[in-house]
Each structure stands twice: as structure tokens, then as C-alpha cells.
Design a protein around this ligand. Structure first.
Ligand SMILES: Nc1ncnc2c1ncn2[C@@H]1O[C@H](COP(=O)(O)OP(=O)(O)OP(=O)(O)O)[C@@H](O)[C@H]1O
Length: 233
């Protein structure tokens, strides 16, 4: 389980005489549900919140614990427990082809190189993208790239998948496909989205507004609170 304990994230102001800019303020959450959506306006702090969950960002004060492990002190272990899928998969595909990228993720668990390649190909096949295994990642479609990124993340064997607006860059067909895949994962999935229909499918919705939790809980109620806030602002 992931717990945020009184977490504040702030960054220094551009000029020395101005106060620090607070991106998230005193957030405490226990993230237990299987599917959790984080919604909010542009710049409200969703990505900042998600990046805290696997230690990509450190709290300025407070702490984030993953199964009791501190995301700063136990960063390496936390990264293996919590996989992160970025909005733009190109920013996380480190190798030039899908099969190499998935092989890289398997390095810690599969020592034999041939076996690693076989396993990577098998994982790509299982996601329906085995036919692009040896193609340059730059030549893949947005949907294929997103699936490769997800396959690489899952190959590490995380307990939790955190996805930052994973469907934003995709067309309708790929969006529906990714939604189906995310829905079928056995891992806990915590994702941000501007797609309110997708958010309503979650078990819990957290609404972030100006770096604070505006609403949290039942998806229908939380989405309604967000819509009210947007209309009245
Ligand atoms: N390292 C940083 N330094 C300064 N400001 C930052 C930094 N990281 C994020 N911010 C600012 O913090 C605010 C929240 O950013 P964040 O990316 O978390 O928003 P978001 O809710 O994910 O937005 P969007 O829906 O547009 O993706 C933004 O105004 C952003 O410019």
C-alpha cells in the first residue's frame, strides 16, 4: 500500500526575494483501492502527485511510503515495486527497439541473454505487438509505443502501475485498447486523466485543485465536485 503522510512539495521561486512555490500542500492519503484516478485542471499538481509515488520526485516535507518503504531512502526497491508509465512513451523507451527495451527490464530477473530475448518477444507477443519487436521505436505508432512502454514496465514485475495521462496522445481505437489493458491488469493502477468517463470507471477518484485535495472518494461524487469547481471558477 502507498501512503502519503503530510506531504508538501515546493520549488524555489525564480527570484531570491519571492517565497517558494508550493506545488502540493499537506497531502495525506492512503491508496488502497485497485483502480484510483487522479483528476484536476491543467497545472493543478496531478503529475507532481503521481511522481511522488515511485520516488521520481521527493517530498519537500512529509513522507511517501510504499509497503512501509520510504520512497527517498529506499528508492531502488520502491522503483521495482511501483512502475511508472509516462504520457509520452518516447521519454521512457531507453533502447532503440521494443525487444531490447523489454530485455533491459528483464535484466535483473533473467540472467541468460538468449532466454531474456525469448521472454521479451513472448511478452510483446502477449500484448499483440510482437510483430514490431525489432522495429525502431521511432517508427512505431503512438499506441504501439504506449504498449511497449507498458510491457517494459510490467516486465520488471511491479506491484503497482502508476500512469500519467496514459491515453492522452492516443486516438480513440488505441485509447479504448489501452483502457481495456489497464482494466485487465492484476496490479493496482493509479492514473491521472482528463477523460472523466475513464475516471468514473475507477474505484476511487481524487480531485487535485491548486495543489490540494478538493474531493476524494466515490467516482461519481468526486467527478461532480470537479465539474462544479470548473464551472464556478
Ligand atoms: N520542477 C518544477 N519547477 C517549477 N515548477 C514546477 C516544477 N514541476 C512542476 N511545476 C509546476 O507545478 C504545477 C503543477 O504541475 P503538474 O505537472 O503536477 O500539473 P498537472 O496537474 O499534471 O498538469 P497537466 O494536466 O497540465 O499535465 C505547474 O504549474 C507546473 O508548471
Amino acid at each position: 500500500m502507498i501512503s502519503l503522510r503530510d506531504v508538501t512539495v515546493s520549488v524555489p521561486a525564480p527570484t531570491a526575494d519571492a517565497p517558494d512555490r508550493v506545488l502540493l500542500e499537506r497531502i495525506s492519503l492512503e491508496l488502497t483501492e485497485s483502480r484510483i484516478a487522479v483528476i484536476g485542471a491543467n497545472g493543478s499538481g496531478k503529475s507532481t502527485l503521481l511522481r511522488l509515488l515511485n520516488g521520481l520526485r521527493a517530498p519537500t516535507s512529509g513522507s511517501v511510503l510504499v509497503d512501509g518503504l520510504d520512497t527517498v531512502k529506499d528508492a531502488k526497491r520502491v522503483r521495482s515495486l511501483v512502475g511508472f508509465v509516462f504520457t509520452d512513451p518516447l521519454s521512457q523507451l531507453l533502447m532503440s527497439t521494443p525487444v531490447e527495451d523489454v530485455e533491459l527490464s528483464l535484466r535483473a530477473t533473467v540472467r541468460d541473454r538468449k532466454e531474456r530475448t525469448r521472454r521479451a518477444q513472448e511478452l510483446l507477443d502477449s500484448r499483440g505487438i510482437g510483430h514490431v519487436a525489432n522495429q525502431s521505436v521511432y517508427d512505431l505508432s503512438g499506441g504501439e509505443r504506449q504498449l511497449v512502454a507498458l510491457t517494459s514496465v510490467l516486465a520488471v514485475g511491479p506491484r503497482v502501475v502508476v500512469a500519467d495521462e496514459p491515453t492522452t496522445l492516443l486516438d480513440l481505437r488505441n485509447r479504448l485498447m489501452l483502457r481495456r489493458i489497464l482494466a485487465g491488469l492484476t496490479q493496482q493502477v493509479i492514473f491521472s486523466t482528463h477523460d472523466l468517463d475513464l475516471a468514473r470507471e475507477a474505484d476511487r477518484v481524487i480531485v487535485i485543485e491548486y495543489g490540494k485535495v478538493l474531493a476524494d472518494g466515490d467516482p461519481t461524487d468526486a467527478v461532480a465536485a470537479y465539474e462544479d469547481a470548473m464551472v464556478s471558477s
